[in-house]
Write a protein that binds this ligand. Structure first.
Ligand code: XLS
Ligand code: NI
Ligand code: NI
Length: 437
């Protein structure tokens, strides 16, 4: 059997005192936290596109990565990538992978040829899944790379392009079902605009909703049981993406009667591009019944684009895992490392280091978040902060028993509101820091 990550052993847990760069210091897959093994809390996934397809090219430089699975014939490359992906997942102990249709097989000269290419690869993925136990977290369709999608896919001004996207999404859903995918992701790609001068926003949004409704119908028709996710992103490649953040997706889903069919796949770097934190987006999603999955990565605040770096920030990891635990944990979703190595990290081993670090960071975030929850002071503080709503006038407002007339009389009688209590932000920040050890 060919090996693409030669000299990489199976990565195991050695504990926080280990100096071995090829070992986990915090991710102990079977260790139980809050009644569940870490692997079930974290549901780690490798992103097929970044890990096995990305070449390290950027707008200023060509391909730089060593990709030992790359062959002269694109179909041979596709077959090799299957081997590389499952070898990688087994060695790292990643339980899932995520992929676009185009990541798996090359596009042909016609749609039919593209589908023949895919159909030749899917059985190999299925077999590798059965053999290793590694599963598909979510599938998706690439409706943004090919020039035909220059004006968007579901929001294109060209009806034929909409039809092409619909066909591509239908096929990607069939493949995802065939592979037992836990979910299916819609990321807008080029669903947005560069200029309002050439854009009929109302019509484009209605078309996008039509595409989503067709997907919902098709899901039912083919018996795909997975969860649909929308992945918000505010810009790049367009200037304004319609699915700009969790709240914008929520409004779109509500307006078009789609809200019961979707959850959100929140990406850290997209959250920061939108001027939010990952924590904010997760809390918004959870507060509105839309918490679903996470594309775990990070941006660089000095750079204004989707740098898709591996998530290593322990505060971000902790706050994300606090939100995940509060939301009751993942069901269909997981932590997909939608991240790529830096261009200068061009050897296969760099991908290994990147995932070890990211898995350890998220595992450490999980442990810290669980410790903060076990301590209880943070949750107690939060609960008590709203105590005035549990009885008296607060309870009557929440129950909808009073209106402006009653509140006018209530406040006229009292003359002044009850005194405020401190928000204790610094004390709570200190409490969080206490668990960073
Ligand atoms: C791009 C997105 C993309 C989606 C899948 O910014 O993050 O990679 O996750 O299409
Ligand atoms: Ni993503
Ligand atoms: Ni992204």
């Amino acid at each position: 059997m060919v090996e693409f990550f030669k000299n990489v052993p199976k990565i195991s847990y050695e504990g926080p005192d280990s100096d071995n760069p090829l070992a986990f210091k915090h991710y102990d897959a079977d260790a139980v936290i809050e009644g569940r093994p870490m692997r079930e809390h974290l549901r780690f996934s490798v992103a097929y596109w970044h890990a096995f397809c990305g070449t390290g090219a950027d707008p200023f430089g060509e391909a730089a990565r060593q990709l030992p699975w790359q062959a002269g014939d694109p179909m041979e490359t596709a077959r090799n990538k299957v081997v590389a992906c499952f070898e990688f997942c087994e060695k790292l102990g990643l339980d899932f992978y995520c992929a676009h249709d185009n990541d798996l097989a090359p596009e042909g000269a016609t749609l039919a040829e593209s589908w023949r290419n895919l159909d030749a690869i899917v059985p190999r993925l299925k077999e590798a899944q059965q053999h290793t136990g590694v599963r598909l977290l979510w599938g998706t369709a690439n409706c943004f790379s090919h020039p035909r999608f220059m004006h968007g896919a579901g929001t294109s001004c060209n009806a034929d392009v909409f039809a092409y996207a619909a066909a591509k999404i239908a096929k990607a859903m069939e493949i995802t079902r065939e592979l037992g995918g836990q979910g299916y992701v819609f990321w807008g790609g080029r669903e947005g605009y560069k200029s309002l001068l050439n854009t009929d926003m109302r019509r484009e949004l209605d078309h996008l909703a039509r595409l989503m409704h067709m997907a919902v119908d098709y899901k039912e028709k083919i018996g795909f049981q997975g969860q649909f996710f929308i992945e918000p992103k505010p810009k790049e490649p367009t200037k304004h993406q319609y699915d700009s953040d969790a709240a914008a997706c929520h409004a779109f889903l509500l307006r078009h009667g789609l809200v019961d069919h979707f959850k959100l796949n929140i990406e850290a770097n997209h959250a920061t591009l939108a001027g939010h934190t990952l924590h904010h987006e997760l809390e918004y999603a959870a507060a509105n019944g839309l918490f679903g999955s996470i594309d775990a990565n990070r941006g660089d605040l000095l750079l204004g684009w989707d740098t898709d770096q591996f998530p290593l920030d322990l505060y971000d990891a902790t706050f994300a895992m606090l939100a995940v635990l509060r939301a009751g944990g993942f069901t269909a979703g997981g932590l997909n490392f939608d991240a790529h190595v830096h261009r200068e990290s061009f050897e296969p081993i760099d991908l290994v280091y990147a995932h070890i670090g990211a898995m350890d960071a998220m595992a450490r975030g999980l442990k810290i978040a669980a410790a903060i929850r076990a301590d209880g002071r943070l949750d107690d503080f939060l609960e008590n902060r709203y105590a005035s709503w549990n009885s008296g006038i607060g309870a009557r407002i929440e129950a909808g028993d009073v209106g402006f007339d009653e509140l006018k009389n209530y406040m006229l009688e009292r003359g002044e509101a009850a005194p405020n209590e401190s928000g204790r932000v610094e004390m709570l920040e200190n409490l969080v820091n206490q668990y960073f050890r």
